[in-house]
Write a protein that binds this ligand. Structure first.
Ligand SMILES: [Zn+2]
Length: 254
């Protein structure tokens, strides 16, 4: 790889100390995926990195590589946005870190990073604000990212007979995780064990989550439709398609 130089807005995912004043920074970019770069003197230089080097910060970084293109270095940074409302609350910070860790574990490469970048940015803005945020917010985020990565399920019509899911349709639908579709109870083969039965109201709530931005998840009328079983479906949906489970503070590939 030849030497390169670029400027890009990023969200900082992780920072690690190298020596007393040096550090490395891992960040998500909209067009280059997740990168790691060294910031020599980063902990001392208030002129080159004023207020920049903290996780969650949205920063404009000027990045250069070494002559062979193998390593990246941060030349300077401009703070674009920080999220004090998140860092003030342990609960919100836990949710934000969970979302960041998921992005890091699930990230599928450069092509997908623009959508992931703007979703995490929207999620951080919501967590930073004063609005009510459901405890399941990180799960909703994981589900939405899975959908963004190409696994949009068709959950508004029976995939075999076309029967529409309506608010008064009751609980006679089965979500088939593997295929990302639903069947009505009449069409679903009784022998199959890969389906999970869900009510119409849950399916409509789930559709609002996967078709909307994080800002719509704090609407209680949407959130109330998601019962415990719907949460389990979301968890299994993410696990099935991206192969990730949350374990001891990290996402593990299964
Ligand atoms: Zn049907």
């Amino acid at each position: 790889m030849p030497r390169e130089e670029f400027t890009e807005e990023v969200i900082i995912l992780k920072i690690g100390q190298l020596r007393e004043i040096d550090c490395w920074v891992r960040f998500l970019t909209p067009s280059r995926g997740i990168l790691t770069a060294f910031a020599f003197g980063g902990y001392r230089s208030k002129r080159r990195f004023p207020g920049c080097l903290d996780i969650l910060n949205q920063v404009l970084f000027k990045v250069v590589s070494n002559p062979t293109g193998k390593y990246l270095y941060l030349q300077e940074g401009t703070l674009l946005q920080r999220f004090p409302g998140i860092t003030r609350s342990l609960n919100r910070l836990g949710m934000a870190v969970n979302c960041l860790k998921f992005i890091e574990a699930a990230h599928l490469g450069e092509d997908d990073s623009r959508a992931a970048f703007y979703l995490i940015l929207k999620a951080l803005q919501i967590l930073d604000s004063d609005v009510f945020v459901p405890a399941a917010f990180p799960l909703l985020f994981r589900t939405r990212i899975t959908v963004e990565y190409g696994y949009y399920p068709d959950i508004l019509n029976c995939s075999l007979c076309g029967k529409k899911v309506k608010a008064d349709s009751g609980s006679n639908f089965i979500f088939i995780l593997r295929e990302g579709r639903i069947c009505c109870g009449d069409c679903f083969p009784a022998a199959s064990s890969t389906g999970i039965r869900l009510g119409a109201s849950s399916l409509l709530g789930l559709e609002s989550i996967i078709s909307g931005l994080p800002g719509s998840w704090v609407d209680e009328s949407v959130y109330k439709k998601l019962d415990k079983k719907t949460m389990q479906v979301m968890d299994r949906f993410v696990q099935y398609h991206l192969g990730l489970v949350w374990e001891a503070g990290h996402f593990r590939q299964v």
